[in-house]
Design a protein around this ligand. Structure first.
Ligand SMILES: Nc1ncnc2c1ncn2[C@@H]1O[C@H](COP(=O)(O)OP(=O)(O)OP(=O)(O)O)[C@@H](O)[C@H]1O
Ligand SMILES: [Mg+2]
Length: 484
């Protein structure tokens, strides 16, 4: 090491009051820094500060070996030189507080909305353990969501963790914002990972809106932040949710998106030298996702619950895509949004047949479960026959189950897109009414060969895709509307 380097180090050290060991930069690249002299003092995950001439640079310790420490900087490494002094600095105090409701913060607990923010009294770890499995409650009661489909066919219960899987631009963020406003909860915590700055503003101001924000804490790290900060956004949002859960509250945690969390994890791991072996992701990605999601869910004695919804970007609705695959295993349900449905103008674009809530059948009573099975049956029958129907090859009256599915399709489609704060029971009444059309509609179909009185109408009387098949009228079997 040259004398000049040592002199510079001494000078900077004289200017500061070191709280711990000081090391010196021994190698620097655009992506990371190697530091000598800190191996005994540094711990994985510690924060360090590089004292370069142009101003301090924050970094995270991502590898510690016998004689050197690897740092992942939080900004560009421009201006860092060999011999620049480095010190370990205390981790930022992350102490969520009830006053954080209505605020937008970064993963270190600093305000992003330009107003002062005070930390709470109790410091929380960003990597807390979940409550012990044996002390955790079972899934709780059904929650009203503000969406007919989630109030009935795909119920969300207290402490449930579900995934929201969709391609880009199919409505994940809009649906999460709607759920933030509509789901019965004491407080909502929204983690936004890797959105562009403009998107974050649009989400908070226009999509979530003032009423959504009034009962929410938003934890965000935009796409321009370093990968370790983006990864931390998901951990910090979970820690904020844990704060409220430990106060006994019913918390709704929304994370948009786990895909960007996994990508940030991959970037951080790659900088630390971990190879990406698992279809483009390092082997530690699965455990990182599992550890994150395990922290949500039902609480233990004296705690509230964290009901969580994690969005996942799936290319071309490929549910076997690695992040989707890793996540599905740790969840109690998944909701699939479909591009074709969104393009048809129905929002939320839930593909019901490919979506599952594992809170069923317990979340509904026997009659409700029967309605659910009936609706799924009609949708399944319609989907299997849709090619034939659209091609005009289906002759009405040839299959009573298809006749019933065609008859009920417009009303069910309309039901699936319904919003409103009517609650679960009222939504089931609406579902029953929608299904009633199946029997009436199918009964209006006459036997083949009988005189045709005109095209069959759907239950709602509107023309829908079913009309393209022009079912001839015929007598449907009683009970044709039953589950298939
Ligand atoms: N409920 C809705 N009503 C009307 N349009 C909607 C609705 N939800 C989504 N859209 C349309 O879809 C677009 C994309 O929605 P959104 O940003 O929520 O999708 P996303 O899946 O989060 O996208 P990305 O993958 O880019 O994050 C919106 O800009 C809007 O045009
Ligand atoms: Mg989005």
């Amino acid at each position: 090491m040259t004398e000049t380097v040592l002199d510079r180090a001494r000078e900077v050290i004289r200017r500061i009051t070191p709280r711990g060991a000081v090391g010196l930069v021994s190698a620097v690249s655009a992506g990371n820094l190697v530091v000598g002299g800190l191996s005994q003092a540094a711990r994985l995950g510690d924060r360090a500060e590089i004292l370069r001439d142009s101003g301090p640079l924050q970094a995270e310790v991502i590898r510690v070996s016998g004689d050197e420490v690897l740092l992942l900087p939080e900004g560009g490494t421009d201006g860092v030189g060999l011999g620049d002094p480095v010190r370990i600095v205390p981790l930022p105090v992350f102490a969520p507080d009830d006053d954080w409701i209505g605020r937008v913060i970064d993963p270190d607990g600093r305000p992003l909305d330009g107003r002062p923010l005070l930390p709470g009294l109790a410091v929380r770890s960003l990597r807390a353990d979940p409550p012990p499995a044996q002390g955790r409650r079972a899934l709780g009661a059904r929650l009203a969501t503000g969406y007919a489909v989630f109030d009935t066919l795909l119920p969300l219960v207290r402490g449930q963790r579900i995934g929201l899987f969709a391609g880009s631009g199919v409505g994940k963020s809009t649906l999460l914002a709607g759920l933030a406003r509509g789901v019965e909860a004491d407080v909502t915590v929204i983690g936004l990972v890797g959105e562009r700055g403009r998107e974050l503003r649009h989400f908070v101001e226009d999509v979530l809106g003032a009423d959504g924000l009034a009962r929410a804490v938003v934890v965000a790290a935009t796409s321009d932040r370093a990968p370790q900060i983006r990864r931390r956004a998901a951990l910090a949002a979970t820690a904020v949710a844990e704060h409220f859960r430990d106060r006994g509250l019913n918390v709704l945690l929304l994370l948009d998106s786990v895909t960007r969390f996994a990508e940030a994890h991959r970037e951080t791991s790659a900088a630390a030298g971990e190879a990406s072996t698992l279809r483009g992701f390092p082997a530690s990605t699965g455990p990182a996702i599992a550890a994150l999601c395990e922290r949500a869910g039902p609480g233990g004695r004296g705690q509230g619950d964290i009901t969580a919804i994690y969005s996942v970007l799936v290319a071309g609705s490929d549910m076997d895509e690695p992040v989707a695959d890793m996540l599905r295993g740790v969840l109690d349900g998944h909701v699939v949004l479909d591009r074709a449905i969104a393009e048809g103008g129905r929002f939320p674009a839930v593909d019901l047949l490919r979506s599952v809530s594992r809170s069923l059948p317990a979340a509904a009573n026997a009659h409700e479960n029967q309605l659910i099975a009936e609706a799924r049956g009609h949708l399944g029958t319609y989907e299997r026959a849709v090619t034939m129907i659209r091609a005009g090859l289906y002759v009405g009256g040839s299959d009573p189950r298809i006749d019933a599915a065609i008859a009920v399709q417009p009303a069910l489609e309309q039901f699936l897109g319904q919003r409103g704060e009517r609650g679960c029971e009222a939504s089931f009444i609406a579902l029953r009414q929608a299904l009633a059309g199946a029997r009436q509609g199918a009964a209006a179909v006459r036997p083949r060969g009988a005189a045709q009185t005109g095209p069959a109408q759907g239950a709602s009387g509107r023309t829908g895709p079913g009309q393209q098949g022009r079912p001839t009228t015929g007598q449907a079997r009683p009970g044709a509307g039953g589950p298939t």
